[in-house]
Structures are given as C-alpha cells and as structure tokens.
Write a protein that binds this ligand. Structure first.
Ligand SMILES: NC(=O)c1ccc[n+]([C@@H]2O[C@H](COP(=O)([O-])OP(=O)(O)OC[C@H]3O[C@@H](n4cnc5c(N)ncnc54)[C@H](O)[C@@H]3O)[C@@H](O)[C@H]2O)c1
Length: 356
C-alpha cells in the first residue's frame, strides 16, 4: 500500500498532528510548514517550509493538516482543496460565511475530502453518552447547554519574535496582541461544546440570537471578553452556549443534555479525568454521579488518533469523512452567526445550510 503523503501547517499544536499521523499505518508526514524557521528546523529530516503555498506547490502531498492560527485555516484549506489536496482543519475552520460556502464548493468541485478536526466527539465520555441516549435513558432530547470559559490572557500578548509573553507584559514597546486576543470572538470557538451536543442530538442549528459583553480586559486589541447565544435547531430544540476567554476565570468546560425522561451533565474543572464530573438523572430521581474514565476511550486509544485514522480511511476508501464538510460547518457556523448577531445588538441571524 502506497503511503499517504501528509503535510502539517503550524507547529504549535501541529506537532501533535505530526506525531499522531506518523502513528497511523499507511501515513507518513513528509513536510511541515511554519513562518518561524526555528520551529521548522526542529523537523530537519522532513521537507520544511516557511511559506504554506510553497509547501503545497512542491511537496506532492495527498493531505494536509491545517493547524496554524484560526484565521489561517480557511484560506489554507481552500488553497489545498483547489490544488487537489485533502484537508483536515483545526477549529474554528472558518470565520466568514463566504469562506464556508467557498470550501463547500471546492469540496464538491474537486471531490477532495475535508473534515473539521473536532476531537471532543471522539473522547470516551461522548461515546458513553451516545450509548445512554441510544438506550433511551433521556427519552426525547429537548435542550442542550454548553459553556467553555477559560482565562486565556496568558496567550494574549506576543513579543517581537512571535512568542507568547505574560499578560503583565502588554503595553511594552514591541509587544503586540496575539491572534487569540484580536481574532478569536469567543463563540467562534464553539465546536468543542456544540459539536458533541449536535452529534448526540443528531440535529443542526437553524437560527441564533446572541449578545457579548464588549471589551473590558484588553480593549486595545478589541478582544471580546465573553458571549452567550440562544440557538434553535431544525428538530425544534433549544441550545444555549456561552464562551469567554478574556476573563479572570479558570478553565470550565460544561455540557448539559436535557430530555423528557432524563438528563446528563458534564463539568470539567480542568482538562483531564481527575477534574471531571458527570451526572445522570433518570426521570427526576436525582443526580447520580457516573464514574469511569472520561477523556480516555474504553479502547485505550487516543481520541485524536481515532479521528485521524477515520479521516485517512475516508480518503483511502473514497468514503464520507466521519465529520463531513456540511457537519464541519454545522459545528462552526452557529458561532460565526452568533458573533454577527451580537455585533447587531442581538438581531436574529439564520444559519445557512450549504447542502441545498
Ligand atoms: N482541538 C483542540 O483541543 C485544540 C487545542 C489547542 C489549539 N487548538 C487550535 O489549534 C490551532 C493552533 O493552536 P496553537 O495552540 O498551536 O496556536 P499557537 O498560536 O500556539 O501556534 C500557532 C503556530 O502557527 C504558526 N503560524 C503562524 N502563522 C502561520 C501560517 N500562516 N501558516 C502556518 N503556521 C503559522 C505559528 O508560528 C505557531 O507556531 C488554533 O486554531 C487553535 O484554536 C485546538
């Protein structure tokens, strides 16, 4: 079997993708790209590039993982698709509706595979909840809730060489806002909560109303501190989402599923099994704590490896990626439309579906 030639763009989180992709049978990372030449040099045995377009033009890739700063994802994905290269993209996969439409059109025109790398869906707890939902423990799902609030001020300022600096360094000469401060409206990063909710509900959002709290923490960068949205789904359910990164609030990840016969809650005080609690209510009988290993999967495999393997398989077999281009947009566009709604003072915004 000829190995798939993979490239990775962005060598922060992208390093994990180099490792995980190389761990998949029939895959080989042959090229990496980052504007920071020092990071590229650390992968001396691979073809290294500081310009993405040059990597796509020269490295003869079958697929690329687009893992740089958020605003680079859609332009880089489009460039690869139009060059006949399959794409897996980190979240948020788009910032604009026009980008989403262009990606859908490029996938249709080229037949290339495209997938949002929404890894939370592949974690052990989501698979466990899926089994409870399918067993009818919740009855009919009525509503969902999601919150991702996390003090990210430690990643809000960068020095002249692009390295993150402590929050206290802001305002010093040569120090500027990072992309996380200037280009990450909180609800654009909604897929870690909304993705699992929609996956478990088998639904999509059709319309949203949202508000944000403006910019108090880092107004010089235009950082939006905190935002909340109410969404209606095609199946008539309601979802509430809250995200905030520019606030003094340690990590909280929260998900709730509310049904006619039971409800589920997950709250994580830090990313990891020891700091995560899950509760199930059966028919109003009271919260029962569920015990088990949560982020890890029962099969012992890492969730990102399972996700990447499934994407690679869809390329090999010319099948559907586990999160196809339309689902990728279902998990992302509600947050983009929420940002539009908040900017218009809470005006209701319809969420496009590019399937039709
Ligand atoms: N799924 C998850 O759990 C998860 C976790 C962390 C980060 N992320 C997402 O992954 C992406 C990367 O996050 P990160 O923590 O590595 O960010 P980061 O800011 O730490 O690193 C980004 C890297 O991309 C490089 N870069 C800058 N411009 C580039 C370009 N045009 N092309 C290629 N590389 C470029 C930078 O030099 C840097 O090495 C973000 O979109 C983030 O939202 C997802």
């Amino acid at each position: 079997m000829k190995k798939l030639r993979c490239g990775v763009s962005g060598l922060g989180r992208g390093r994990t993708f180099v490792e995980r992709l190389n761990g998949i049978e029939g895959c080989e990372v042959v090229a990496v790209c980052d504007p920071d030449a020092r990071k590229v040099a650390e992968f001396g045995d691979l073809a290294g590039y500081t310009e993405y377009e040059t990597m796509i033009g020269e490295a003869e890739l079958d697929m690329v993982a687009v893992i740089g700063p958020g605003p680079t994802h859609a332009p880089q994905a489009l460039h690869a698709l139009r060059s006949g290269v399959h794409v897996i993209s980190e979240t948020p996969c788009v910032y604009l509706l026009e980008e989403a439409q262009a990606i859908v059109e490029a996938v249709r025109a080229t037949g290339c595979k495209y997938m949002l790398s929404e890894d939370y869906i592949f974690m052990g707890w989501v698979q466990h909840w899926k089994a409870l939902v399918e067993a009818g423990e919740l009855g009919e799902i009525v509503a969902g809730q999601g919150e991702y609030t996390h003090d990210c001020r430690g990643m809000f300022v960068v020095g002249p060489e692009g390295n993150y600096l402590p929050w206290s360094e802001r305002g010093r000469e040569g120090v500027r806002p990072s992309w996380r401060a200037s280009h990450l409206p909180p609800l654009s990063y909604c897929s870690h909560t909304l993705g699992p909710l929609l996956y478990l509900m088998q639904d999509r959002c059709t319309t949203v109303t949202a508000f944000d709290s403006g910019s108090r923490t880092y107004p010089e960068a235009g950082t939006i501190d905190y935002a909340s949205a109410v969404l209606k789904t095609e199946g008539g359910r309601v979802i509430t989402l809250t995200n905030g990164f520019g606030v003094a609030h340690p990590f909280i990840f929260f998900i709730g599923l509310i049904g006619t016969k039971g409800s589920l809650r997950c709250v994580s005080f830090n990313f990891g099994d020891a700091q995560t609690r899950m509760y199930l209510d059966r028919d109003g009988g009271g919260w029962q704590e569920l015990t088990g290993v949560w982020f890890e999967r029962p099969d012992g495999r890492h969730w990102l490896s399972v996700l990447l393997e499934a994407f690679v398989q869809s390329i090999r077999e010319n099948g559907q990626p586990p999160i196809d281009v339309y689902e990728s947009m279902d998990y992302t566009l509600p947050g983009i439309c929420a940002h539009l709604s908040a900017a218009r003072g809470g005006e209701r915004v319809d969420i496009p579906d590019y399937r039709t």
